[in-house]
Structures are given as structure tokens and as C-alpha cells.
Design a protein around this ligand. Structure first.
Ligand code: ATP
Ligand code: MG
Length: 171
């Protein structure tokens, strides 16, 4: 769009912890057919979006769909955590091979916002898993600058939609 400067076609890799707002952002910006989601594909080949036993099959499908769209020079948004540098490198190479703009969208929100959103969801990620994801996300955000993407877009979620944490009142 005019605001984020993402070309069309582009191979867009979302990066952010669970609850950082990746799928929400993608849905607001791209058509459903342009978004390839590992969660959605787990539900296709497994028992639901959180069927981790279906991950290998889901990622196998995801890679084939992303490659199929990229070879046709159609925009594609990779909706996974995006935290694995080896996977990011492969998607960047695919964008180079197919001539698509190689774009990363980094989604960040304050940790308390991510944790609160996670708690409010139907199937929340265990707190310890989220802690590891948040640490891994901080590392990924730093690494991405040196990876050679054509464009890195930062989407920072404002916490004003959530009630502020108040200091305890003095007694
Ligand atoms: P996952 O990795 O688990 O798929 P995600 O990064 O795709 O997580 P979303 O599903 O997009 O995250 O968002 C998580 C929750 O946060 C949802 O309940 C969503 O409604 C809320 N949310 C996302 N973006 C915003 C926003 N900009 N403002 C307020 N709430 C938001
Ligand atoms: Mg999502």
C-alpha cells in the first residue's frame, strides 16, 4: 500500500512471537489467497491449528504453496512465527530466484501486551513457551537487518487498546 511501500508482487515473511499480531496484520493488508499460514495448514492435514504433530506435513505443504505462487510471480505472505533463520534464508533465496521483492514484516508489541493477548485467546501458548518465543524474536529482529532483504517493515502495536496496569494504591 501507499503507507508501507510493499511492492506487488512480493514474497513477504512475517516475523513475531505468538500473539504479536501477524495474522491480524496480514488479513488487514492482503487477500486470503495470498496468505499461507502454518496454523491453517496444520488444521488441513491435522486435527486443528494447534496440532503440533502435524507440523512437518504442514510446513511441507507451506513450502510447496509458497514456491508455486512465487514461480507464478504472485504475491505470497508466509504466516509462520518466522523465527528460524534457516527457513528465512530459504524464502529469501526463493524470492531471488523468482524475481519477487523479498520483504520481512517484523511485528512487535510490548511483552505485557503479547502476554495479555495470549492469555485471552482460546488456546493460549504456555507461558514458558511464550518466554522462549519472545527471546527468539528479539534475536531474530536483530539478525534480519544483516540478511539482505529488499525491505524490512516494522509494525509496532500500540498498547492503548488495553487497560493500563495501575500502581497499587498506598494504604
Ligand atoms: P500466532 O503466532 O499465535 O498465530 P499472531 O501473531 O498471528 O499469533 P494474531 O492472531 O494476529 O497474532 O493476534 C493475537 C491476538 O491479538 C488476537 O486476539 C488479535 O485480535 C489481537 N490483536 C492483533 N493485532 C492487534 C492490534 N493491532 N490491536 C489490538 N489487538 C490486536
Ligand atoms: Mg497467527
Amino acid at each position: 500500500s501507499a503507507t508501507d511501500g510493499i511492492p506487488d508482487p512480493a514474497l513477504v515473511v512475517l516475523v513475531g512471537a505468538s500473539g504479536s499480531g501477524k495474522s491480524t496484520w496480514a488479513a488487514s493488508r492482503f487477500r486470503a489467497s495470498e496468505i499461507v499460514s502454518s496454523d491453517a495448514l496444520r488444521a488441513v492435514v491435522g486435527s486443528g491449528e494447534h496440532d503440533l504433530d502435524a507440523s512437518a506435513d504442514a510446513f511441507d505443504l507451506l513450502d510447496r504453496i509458497v514456491a508455486g505462487r512465487a514461480r507464478r510471480r504472485l504475491s505470497v505472505v508466509v504466516d509462520t512465527l518466522g523465527l528460524d533463520p534457516t527457513m528465512r534464508r530459504a524464502w529469501l533465496a526463493l524470492a531471488r530466484e523468482t524475481g519477487l521483492a523479498a520483504v520481512v514484516v517484523r511485528l512487535t508489541a510490548p511483552e505485557r501486551v503479547v502476554r495479555q493477548r495470549n492469555r485471552e485467546r482460546d488456546r493460549s501458548v504456555p507461558a514458558a513457551v511464550l518466554t522462549r518465543q519472545l527471546r527468539s524474536a528479539r534475536r531474530a529482529m536483530a539478525e534480519i537487518d544483516a540478511e539482505g532483504w529488499d525491505l524490512v517493515v516494522d509494525v509496532v502495536h500500540e498498547p492503548e487498546a488495553l487497560p493500563r496496569e495501575r500502581a497499587p494504591r498506598p494504604v
